[in-house]
Design a protein around this ligand. Sequence first.
Ligand code: CU
Length: 472
Amino acid sequence: MESPNLNRRDFFRLAGVAGAGIALSAVNKTAMAALPEIVSSEKADTQAPLYPDTGRPYNPVVTLNGWSLPWRMNNGVKEFHLVAEPVVREIAPGMKAHLWGYNGQSPGPTIEVVEGDRVRMFVTNRLPEKTSIHWHGQRLPNGMDGVSGLTQPAIMPGKTFVYEFVAKRPGTFMYHPHADEMTQMAMGLMGSWVTHFKDTKLMPVDRDFVFLLNAYDIEPGSYKPKTNTMLNFNLWTWNSRAFPGIDPLVVRKNDRVRIRVGNLTMTNHPIHLHGHEFQVTGTDGGWVPPGARWPEVTTDIAVGQMRAIEFVADEPGDWALHCHKSHHTMNAMGHEVPTLLDVNQDDLVKKISNLVPDYMAMGETGMSEMSDMAAMMDMPLPENTLPMMSGTGQYGAIEMGGMFSTLKVREGLARNDYRDPGPYRHPKGTVASEYSGTDKVPEATRPPVNNAPAAVELQVRKPQGHGEHSGH
Ligand SMILES: [Cu+2]
């Protein structure tokens, strides 16, 4: 958690730099002068919640490995300025991706408004191709819906479009392009949108987190996602970060916690929380009435959906929060490898070692070797990639990557303290440990031996109507 680290850049200076090759002379200076300034972030850290200093009050969200976009009030209208542009995003320490994002990051900043706010969104296109923005889940005039060709002409490179509507419905939404979206979403163009309740006393929570599920296919040694990949991604990410690059969700014991998750990947993700049960309280269609909620420890978030889950964090500890598709808690290095479990590779190693002296067999006893080798630092990785699983806890390798983080529940944190408190100090005698009792196992109680001849498969035994079943 870092305090806000935003760069306010003068628009003319930025226009002069011409990220997408726009000549300064092409910019209408009078029109540009009316635009809200561009606020940008170059950090992938979770930034402090943005408490509103203008407009209606609300309890802000915390964007996991992200930030919220400041606005300007203009005659009662909340004005934001999003800039679609090429960005460099650190996926996790040791790997950077060349993506497309908004205002310096992918995903773009979270937009936070209040139910009933009139919102004006300026959207500048600094990409090399046309784009648009769709405000996923919002009630708005058809012409503001951002489907290029259908509801508006596309925003050409160098152009700025303006969208204006009233944020009618409280809830959790997303924004993403509806122009060449296969490419543009594979490149990371997306962001979260939260419309807070007008009544700040409605459904209050102590900590309110938001993040998007997204995925990239970036070959080890390269920087750009393969945009034609449909399902076989190798980086399953939350807000374009992969574990161990995903920050923990830090909460105070007995906090009421809300986590809002949107899915802009091309498959579903069963998001699973350890140690607590939660309720799904919201979707992108709105808030679920209390009588319709049910407890879960895993909620499946389908493609294009948002879910808000809520619970009271009453169990101290470091609790895993992860996608339950096990391949989604792995990083790059390729999944198209044969299973080598129980395959003796001794002969193979001898043969290959003649050709490749440093060759090392992997996978004979599972893939844990991967993390052990990575930990020993003697397994060379290609440039700009992450080991399939890494990240260590206080007891050793966690053996996870991808869509994995922890919910850290601690006593006595300050209300706005989101700093990583370090590993949980377990009370004495509450950690699983090696059994140190006797090796002598008592005889198990077994059912009486059945002396009947062994049945042949598919042999049908006809009911006999007496004997031990005569009571029926
Ligand atoms: Cu998943």
